[in-house]
Unconditional design. Structure first.
Lengths: 422, 407
């Protein structure tokens, strides 16, 4: 069977349109870029395949790409995050959308493969989140000579892309849109930090003040979660494995413990590392009864679900996003969102205005690759610092913030590259 | 001050400088610097004395010249001389004597030093100028941004004769010294020299780099209403997202009670801003160089200046009758009017330098001349030593990421 969304229910389409309009009202950067790109149409003639969680915010990005002249195929690349109403609204606008909310991991892969093969002449451009499509392209470069560029926006995806780039000569630019301030701080630290707390609160309805809140990982996301949890009055413990990160967390005022110590008194454990098997059997055995387990890292493997299942005698869905695991020793643990991304499943992911900034980066690189293919050289590249400043400038303007650099036109920012001052 | 109390101060600094202590312990047997003739240029303080003690413990022969005319702690110099260590420098010496001190230290040995620990590139510059006749040392390190800028200028004139490690760009500087050490000592100095209560005051931080972000966070922690000024969009955005009010200086100047400039660039508080200040405003510069506040303009506007009630600050009565308090004469405030970084912060900076020598002493003979990065193992070592000293236990395999960019 095909995962192509076709002939969607009219009611679903209407709800999708309303959701897209709501998101757009909070995404002034994409709205502005779309107005510019609708004039110049830098993606005219391009066939673009995207794999990014299909939320209403992603929908606004897709509309921008269509307005820029591209033919677009899309898939969400995730089991639970696809908003079917958004998929429906985009499908009737001519976008080839693959997948739906509630797929198995295998089905996610099928939908992605279908999206990658949606155009008979193959895609010319890839817009990725987790390097799923870029991996497919890397495995079939000889069959896709028409590819002109790709972008990747996550930390893990960028790491994967660099691994691939070490052994494969990509004949087109593969731009990582992750290593810029406007992505890793705005999106990872502040956006995901807030939406993770939002997800946990919506899912559990718990009172956070005074609770032992264990954050595994103190990268940008982990730091954001730790800061927001502290702001809500939780007693935050950071778990990390490198001494550098540990010192950084400690100097930010957090308690730093190994998980085997922190687990004994944890009320909540939230994983944010981007790596598998952070919470495993030995930790599950130590958690107090009633502890909440959730994940906001990119992978669903941070909490070892097989280890949890092996101790489970029965499960009960006690709230929409809370599965209570009754264990063989009488304790119970509440798993949020099945160990998937709690901020996307139990809440709405990043707020629209955060995704606006993130997608502005990815959109500008994609439009740049379409309009000026020589802007980036072939192979794995980082987005340039000047674009980072441009996006920050657009965001400050949208927020109505005046600052000492606000009178200068884009591209003339003082101090760019002079990172040593102060 | 008696020799006893100097010894006590040295002992106290030694106790607080835990990373240097770990290095002495770890390299106690190996003594990697045996046979090395080491010329050191640095402020003559108890903290540098602990670094010198460490270098000697690792086997080096050390001669030390002051890096500044005004910072030498005479008691420390005397104590080290008593112990037979060559220390050249005195408080209030002239610039010419300072340069002569560098040459004197280099001539300690007939063939010059084999290693150089530099500050402000003073020794390295001499080895390319008046002392260019001496054989090139095997290895040098430079630990200040100003020194690195000087080396860039030097390299444009003449090829650098030997490898120089940039120990300024390190984990310790990024994560400890700038955001916590310097920021804390600036706040401490501003409070002591102004005698003001910070709670409820409008505290203007110019620049939101690593130091500025630290100053802003700590000022907020003390109850101030913090306003940030920035020229760079990404940094202005970070300040906004950290919950700070961001304003152009032309607006901030009208509302600020206290100002701290930490941009590293000139002309941040200019005449057009100074003319807007509220009477009673306090001005401090936290940047390396005394050009962030336009002191010439301030001087032109001033009718009368006298020491303020609190040491380290002056009160300037302007022609229009407003009074402005200037800390440390517009020089880097925490050094000019405060105690500078605390021992445990200097520990991290000095330890990176010492480690760079220990880890490179064998290979350095085969290195090309010129500037090079700090070996990454230095950062790992410093972080591990600190984590241990702080009593942080890291799990064997908790699987979380040490990559600050990892999601």
């Amino acid at each position: 069977m095909s995962w192509l969304v076709s002939d969607p229910d009219e009611d679903l389409v209407q709800r999708g349109r309303a959701a897209l309009a709501l998101a757009r009202s909070q995404m002034p950067l994409l709205d502005g870029i779309q107005r510019e790109a609708a004039e110049s149409r830098p993606l005219a003639g391009h066939r673009l395949v995207g794999c990014v969680h299909l939320t209403k915010e992603t929908g606004v990005l897709v509309q921008l790409l269509v307005a820029s002249g591209a033919e677009v195929a899309w898939t969400g690349g995730d089991e639970v995050s696809t908003q079917d109403e958004v998929a429906a609204a985009l499908a009737v606008e001519g976008v080839r959308v693959f997948g739906r909310r509630g797929m198995t991991t295998a089905e996610v892969g099928e939908a992605a493969a279908e999206a990658f093969g949606a155009f008979s002449d193959g895609p010319t451009m890839i817009l990725d989140n987790g390097a799923h499509l870029i991996e497919m392209a890397a495995a079939s470069l000889d069959r896709h000579p028409q590819l002109r560029g790709a972008t990747e926006k996550t930390s893990e995806g960028s790491r994967r892309v660099r691994e691939l780039g070490a052994t494969i000569d990509f004949p087109f630019p593969v731009v990582s849109v992750n290593d810029v301030v406007t992505k890793w701080e705005v999106d990872n630290t502040y956006g995901t930090g807030q939406s993770t707390l939002d997800g946990i609160l919506r899912a559990t309805g718990m009172f956070l003040a005074g609770k032992r809140f264990v954050v595994c990982g103190f990268g940008h996301v982990g730091r954001g979660v730790a800061l927001r949890a502290r702001g809500m009055g939780a007693r935050v413990v950071v778990v990390c494995r490198s001494a550098k990160t540990a010192v950084r967390a400690r100097l930010a005022g957090f308690e730093v413990l190994p998980l085997e110590s922190a687990a004994r008194t944890a009320d909540i454990v939230c994983t944010a590392t981007g790596r598998p098997d952070v919470v495993t059997a030995e930790h599950l055995d130590l958690l107090p009864s009633g502890a909440v387990l959730c994940n906001t890292g990119h992978s669903t493997a941070e909490i070892n679900l097989a280890d949890l299942q092996a101790r489970t005698v029965s499960t009960e869905q006690v709230r929409p996003h809370v599965r209570r695991h009754r264990l063989d020793d009488g304790r119970y643990l509440d798993l949020l969102s099945g160990g998937g991304l709690v901020n996307l499943d139990a809440a709405e992911g990043n707020p629209s205005e955060v995704m606006d900034v993130t997608f502005a980066n990815q959109a500008l690189v994609t439009l740049g690759l379409g309009g000026r293919p020589d802007r980036y050289a072939a192979g794995v590249q980082d987005v340039d610092a000047a674009q980072d400043e441009d996006v920050a400038r657009r965001k400050l303007a949208a927020m109505g913030v005046r600052f000492d650099g606000s009178d200068q036109p884009a591209g003339t920012t003082r101090g760019v590259g002079e990172d040593k001052s102060a | 001050m008696t020799a006893d109390s100097t010894a006590t101060r040295l002992a106290q600094a030694t106790e607080q400088m835990v990373v240097l202590a770990r290095i002495r312990e770890d390299y106690r047997v190996a003594k990697p610097l045996v046979g090395e003739r080491l010329a050191l240029c640095g402020h003559v303080t108890v903290e540098t004395a602990v670094q010198v003690d460490t270098l000697i413990a690792l086997g080096a022969e050390v001669a030390w010249c002051a890096s500044s005319t005004s910072t030498t702690d005479e008691q420390v110099a005397a104590l080290l001389r008593e112990r037979g260590i060559r220390v050249v420098g005195s408080r209030g010496m002239s610039e010419a004597d300072l340069r002569k001190g560098v040459e004197e230290v280099l001539l300690t040995w007939q063939d010059g030093p084999t290693m150089v620990l530099d500050e402000g590139a003073m020794i390295i510059s001499a080895l390319h100028d008046t002392m260019a006749g001496l054989p090139a040392p095997v290895l040098a390190t430079e630990k200040t941004p100003d020194g690195l800028a000087e080396l860039d200028r030097l390299a444009r004139r003449t090829p650098i004769r030997f490898p120089v490690i940039k120990s300024d760009e390190s984990f310790g500087k990024d994560v400890i010294d700038n955001p916590h050490g310097t920021a804390q000592s600036l706040l401490e100095t501003i409070m002591a020299a102004s005698g003001r209560m910070l709670a409820g005051k409008v505290f203007v931080v110019a620049g939101y780099g690593r130091v500025g972000a630290g100053v802003a966070a700590k000022a907020r922690g003390l109850g101030a209403r913090v306003v940030v000024t920035e020229v760079r969009p990404t940094r202005a955005l970070m300040a906004v997202l950290d919950g700070f009010e961001v304003l152009p200086m032309a607006d901030a100047a009208r509302v600020g009670d206290l100002f701290c400039t930490v941009t590293g660039t000139a002309g941040v508080l200019r005449e057009e801003h100074l003319s807007l200040l509220k009477s009673g405003a306090v001005l401090a510069n936290g940047g390396h160089l005394p050009y962030e506040i336009d002191l010439a303009a301030l001087d032109r506007m001033t009718r009368h200046r006298m020491p303020a009630a609190h040491p380290g600050s002056e009160v300037l009565t302007l022609a229009d009758g407003r009074r402005v308090y200037l800390i440390g004469g517009g020089n880097i405030a925490n050094l000019a009017a405060g105690r500078g970084n605390v021992s445990e912060v200097m520990d991290v900076t000095f330890a990176s330098q010492v480690l760079a020598l220990c880890l490179s002493v064998k290979e350095a003979t085969s290195w090309q001349a010129g500037l090079r990065e700090l070996p990454p193992e230095c950062d790992e070592y410093v972080a591990a030593a600190l984590a241990r000293a702080m009593g942080i236990h890291l799990g064997a395999a908790d699987g979380s990421s040490g990559d600050p960019h990892a999601g």
